[in-house]
Design a binder for this molecule. Structure first.
Ligand code: UD1
Ligand code: MN
Length: 454
């Protein structure tokens, strides 16, 4: 409506001005020099050029008004603070890359993010984990620490108690220490049943007893990076705003030395639930808590019934690493894989960064465009380093076997959970190989994960 009024006003002004000019000139020529044709012609041509000038002015005025109107509409959309980035990485985080602002970060920054540490019977481990959690903690009020202990182990309990007195840590104990009723063939997995039982109880405490709005959950065999809190505080803003995200994790499943880009700023979206130091909001617990499984809680979360297409944020460089050689899974996986995951040691002030590029609607279009414009090579060519001149490449897989083959050649994790590869986003697994950035990706007409792939 406003725009129509302005146009009408401009046109009316223009017509009135023209009529006045015409009357003046014709009136003058009639009264003073009725037969001087040359004079009239000269005046008419002056009039014509003035009308043209005025037309130009009007046009200019109109475009300026339109511009003004558009800029008045902008605040409801994203506020442009810098020029859009040039085609670099889909998620590179240089200063000029962040041009969209998150909304309402002030209020979100007030939300308390408790650290829930899950402990059992490893006194040394829990002390080591707690030492780092407390060492790097910037703020007691915003990040209260709650240790939930299972297993009734006295020595571990004593170890935790020291932190209660000295650092205000809250120590809670899972009350049901009875044997879990595990069907016979599953007996060897009893430990996983106990872990699941403990998680359910501890998370109910966080959300129903302590009434928190979110949680950062860690286990008692994790070291954390110096910027752990910066990472979670900043990504919480994104998690809170983007309903297509259901978690933020500190873990990169392919985060081995030489397999990562040495860029502590780099963050990604992933469809694979990584766990191992992760954050989620209360509303997710209200959804998952009532149907929490008896065992293998992490694989249960990865099932489409739970995940429902949602993604997590994960870092390129892990913000946790595990030293839990002795544990329920008996250290096999630890020796073969886990101990090689590198812990980031640099501090990134993430809360001073604009992370809105991680929001789905900003991220996905750029991600797809970026990945599918990369030069295509084979896994063997990457391994042989015969295309080393290309800094970044795409390797295509069409079948489960092709993915596994590429993964084995290049040294990334080759397993699937509910059809999703570790760290994958839209089927794409990104990592570094001898300094070359590689994206193992399905064809561009990819139809989604095939849950039968395992
Ligand atoms: C693995 C996962 C872990 C996941 C678990 C369940 C890795 C590196 N770890 O555990 O994230 O939660 O599978 O699928 O992939 N615990 C109890 N009660 C017990 C035994 C253990 O609460 O009876 C606690 C431990 O203190 C620890 C957690 O459960 O915090 C995991 O136990 P751990 O022994 O470390 O087993 P993982 O094999 O590492
Ligand atoms: Mn462990």
């Amino acid at each position: 409506m406003r725009r129509k009024h302005i146009i009408f006003f401009v046109v009316a002004m223009f017509l009135t001005w023209n009529m006045l000019m015409y009357k003046t000139i014709v009136g003058k020529s009639n009264g003073v020099q009725p037969h001087n044709h040359e004079n009239v012609e000269g005046k008419l041509s002056v009039l014509q050029s003035e009308i043209e000038k005025q037309l130009k002015n009007n046009e200019q005025l109109l475009t300026e008004l339109q511009k003004k109107q558009q800029s008045q509409l902008k605040p409801t959309q994203a506020v442009v603070t810098q020029a859009p980035p040039k085609a670099k990485g889909p998620n590179s985080t240089g200063e000029n890359e962040s041009w969209l602002k998150l909304k309402d970060t002030d209020k979100v920054d007030d939300i308390v993010l408790p650290i829930l540490m899950i402990a059992c019977d490893r006194a040394d481990a829990v002390s080591r984990s707690l030492d780092l959690v407390l060492k790097h903690r910037p703020d007691r009020k915003r990040f209260p620490v709650i240790v939930s202990q299972d297993c009734g182990h006295q020595q571990t309990s004593d170890a935790i108690q020291k932190y209660v007195q000295d650092h205000g840590v809250v120590h809670i104990k899972q009350p049901d220490l009875g044997k879990v009723n595990v069907p016979w063939p599953q007996r060897k997995f009893e430990g996983y049943y106990k872990i699941s039982r403990h998680y359910k109880w501890a998370l109910n405490q966080i959300f129903h007893t302590f009434n928190h709005s979110a949680v950062i959950i860690v286990e008692d065999d994790l070291d954390i990076s110096p910027d752990f809190y910066e990472y979670f505080a900043a990504t919480f803003r994104v998690l809170h705003q983007d309903s297509s995200l259901w978690c933020v994790s500190a873990w990169n499943d392919n985060g081995k030395l030489n397999m990562v880009k040495d860029d502590p700023e780099l963050l990604h979206r992933t469809d694979f639930f990584p766990g191992l130091g992760w954050m989620f909001e209360r509303k997710l617990w209200l959804e998952l808590g009532p149907k929490w499984p008896d065992t293998f809680w992490d694989d249960w979360m990865r099932h489409p019934d739970q995940r429902q297409g949602r993604s997590c944020i994960r870092p390129e460089l892990s913000r946790t690493s595990t030293f839990g050689k002795k544990g329920v899974s008996k250290g096999l996986f630890f020796e073969k894989h886990l101990k090689f995951i590198q812990l980031n040691d640099k501090v990134v002030p993430f809360t001073q960064r604009d992370l809105s590029y991680l929001i789905k609607e900003n991220y996905d279009p750029k991600f797809v465009q970026y990945i599918y414009n990369l030069p295509e090579v084979t896994a063997s060519e990457v391994k042989a380093q015969s295309k080393k001149a290309l800094p970044e490449v795409r390797v295509t897989y069409k079948t489960k076997e092709q993915f596994k083959d590429a993964a084995k050649k290049l040294g990334i994790m080759d397993d699937f959970k509910a059809g999703v590869e570790r760290t994958a986003y839209m089927g794409v697994v990104s990592f570094s190989y001898q300094g070359q950035r590689v994206h193992v990706a399905p064809p561009s007409d990819w139809a989604g994960y095939d849950t039968t792939w395992s």
